[in-house]
Design a protein around this ligand. Structure first.
Ligand SMILES: [Zn+2]
Length: 280
């Protein structure tokens, strides 16, 4: 490891939990390039439906307190999203213990004790849980490009649906940053990785014992996006930016021998231990 990696390691005693905030069932063409495409020889291909997970991470940091990475979709999101969104991105296998506050309770903490929230991006399935922080002074860290794009998308209707107005409120303590890299706390790093959205950021956590973790949010919905370097299907936005971010993340993962957590990949998520188990 280089000296900067040693300096940037989270202190002893830092804990990391993976929280399971629900399941969706979605047509794979949303996140698999060429998924379900018709051809001359196969004009009516089978539609592949795939189960996805809603993932949140919680860090207990000795000097910074509780840091949340993303928030899940929020309470009653099928009703909040409405039709046809709640049919396209269908909630399945719901149980009340998938609510964000219940998941945090599994770690022995209370959601009211969260000291900071990092938003990888502001799409509905990641940011709906910001409702828990309305009217509080908890800083919500997000890239400036993402906040501008989210508000503009809703205000003009240019990308309404993937962003919704119910959590893009002025009673949240938005804290924006710009540039490519922010070391938010010792061992907790945010890297701008545009493509899926203009201000998407991945989180790189250098844990004292389990090593480096990279939470990619929806730069990669599923492992195939990463392994084949294939941008998403219908959810892809800026292809050139995505390709540049993809290269950066591959190099970073190689250098740090990182464990990757993709945005919604059930197989990947199930390969790790979830809360109440904590990684050190
Ligand atoms: Zn998502």
């Amino acid at each position: 490891m280089t000296s900067i990696d040693l300096i940037n390691k989270a202190p002893a005693g830092t804990k990391l939990w993976l929280l399971h905030c629900g399941d969706l069932e979605v047509d794979a063409a949303f996140f698999m390039r060429m998924g379900g495409v018709s051809t001359h020889s196969n004009p009516n291909p089978d539609h592949v439906r795939r189960k996805l997970v809603l993932i949140v991470a919680l860090i207990e940091h000795p000097t910074e307190g509780l840091i949340l990475f993303e928030t899940g979709a929020g309470k009653d999101y099928p009703e909040v999203w409405g039709a046809p969104m709640n049919d396209i991105f269908a909630r399945v296998d719901y149980s009340p213990d998938q609510e964000l506050d219940a998941q945090i309770a599994k770690t022995g903490h209370n959601i009211k004790d969260v000291k900071a929230v990092i938003m990888g991006h502001l799409h509905v399935d990641h940011a709906g849980g910001l409702e828990h922080f309305f009217g509080t002074d908890v800083p919500i860290y997000v890239h400036e490009d993402e906040l501008k794009h989210a508000f503009c998308s809703v205000a003009t209707g240019s990308d309404l649906g993937v962003y919704l107005p119910h959590y893009l409120k002025f009673n949240l303590n938005w804290q924006t940053f710009s540039g490519d890299f922010l070391e938010l706390a010792p061992g907790v790093n945010i890297r701008h990785a545009p493509g899926h959205t203009p201000g998407l950021c991945i989180m790189q956590v250098n844990m004292p014992e389990s090593g480096t973790w990279i939470f990619t949010t929806d730069q990669y919905h599923v492992h195939e996006n990463y392994e084949a370097s294939h941008p998403q299907g219908w959810l892809a936005r800026d292809h050139d930016d995505w390709v540049r971010s993809n290269q950066m993340i591959h190099m970073l993962a190689k250098r740090t021998n990182a464990k990757l957590v993709f945005g919604h990949d059930k197989e990947c998520f199930d390969s790790y231990k979830i809360a109440p188990y904590s990684y050190q």
